[in-house]
Design a protein around this ligand. Structure first.
Ligand SMILES: C[S@@+](CC[C@H](N)C(=O)[O-])C[C@H]1O[C@@H](n2cnc3c(N)ncnc32)[C@H](O)[C@@H]1O
Length: 268
């Protein structure tokens, strides 16, 4: 617990991220990743394999931007460092041990830059209880303008983006169908902005999850993208986010993950 409090207090994140529960979630992600090193390792290996292959025939140099970098576990930083001159890691929360680990490694220290950004662009307005403005520039466009990346990787953040938004909306009087539309638009806006990126754009995301009983029966399937349908992925796999024992009642949760070349719809 002391460790978690220290993680919370030393995280690089602004007040809105803290008030939106995103620092608490980042600490939770860290703790669960520690506990589930073995099960999550398989998922990380699949992510690494996809990214490694996608970059294999790319010339060396330039800038890569990782969206939702989090613990920097699902992106193979060594592969990125071998391929790019500069690596921009974007997340709304950067935990201290993640920054420390990366900056202490001479392969990465000079190349990596941590950027704090709300990738939905909506949290500040919602936090101030102002109406959300769908016409504002998308945060990914602003980041692309600033860093001119040659490659962008959306790293397992898509399904997470509507989470804090949906929690904030639940505290307002916005009608349910409008709340759902805003969550859907958060997912769609991320996909549209990713498709606008020049160069390589990779998308890794979970799509849905299955709830499994202690006896191994499927209890329910839940969509994670608010009804937004994606084309068939190039690669897909399961991620045992909460294997048996992680949550009470013997229930387990299995997420279904896909990977795409996002700005090259010709590549199926
Ligand atoms: C499943 S984690 C990503 C895992 C990460 N790629 C890794 O290797 O550990 C989802 C990430 O999305 C980030 N996130 C959630 N909402 C966000 C927002 N509004 N803006 C930016 N990042 C956000 C979280 O902080 C978290 O790090």
């Amino acid at each position: 617990l002391f460790r978690e409090i220290a993680l919370y207090l030393t995280a690089r994140a602004d007040r809105i991220a803290r008030r939106s529960g995103l620092v608490t979630q980042a600490v939770g992600l860290w703790s669960r990743a520690m506990r589930r090193r073995r099960e999550w390792g398989l998922h990380y290996a699949r992510c690494h394999g996809f990214i490694r292959e996608a970059l294999a025939d790319r010339p060396v140099g330039g800038t890569v931007m990782v969206l939702g970098s989090g613990l920097v576990e699902d992106v193979p930083l060594d592969v990125l460092a071998a391929r790019f001159e500069r690596i921009i890691l974007v997340d709304i929360v950067h935990l201290k041990p993640v920054q420390r680990r990366i900056l202490a490694d001479p392969r990465f220290a000079k190349k990596v830059q941590f950027e704090t950004s709300d990738l939905t662009g909506l949290l500040a307005a919602l936090d101030a209880r102002e109406p959300v403005n769908g016409d504002a520039a998308h945060p990914i466009d602003a980041l692309v303008e600033r860093f001119s990346p040659d490659g962008v990787i959306s790293a397992m953040c898509l399904s997470q983006l509507p989470r804090a938004i949906s929690e904030k909306l639940a505290q307002t009087s916005v009608a349910d169908n409008e709340q759902a539309a805003i969550c859907r638009s958060v997912v769609q806006a991320h996909l549209a902005a990713l498709a606008r990126c020049n160069g390589l754009a990779l998308l890794l995301s979970d799509l849905s999850y299955t709830e499994i009983s202690a006896a191994g029966h499927v209890l329910a399937n839940h969509d994670l993208l608010h009804g937004v349908a994606l084309p068939d992925p190039l690669a897909s796999w399961d991620w045992d986010v909460a294997p048996k024992g992680e949550v009470s009642g013997g229930i387990s949760y299995r997420h279904h993950v896909g990977a795409w070349f996002w700005n090259r719809p010709d590549v199926k």
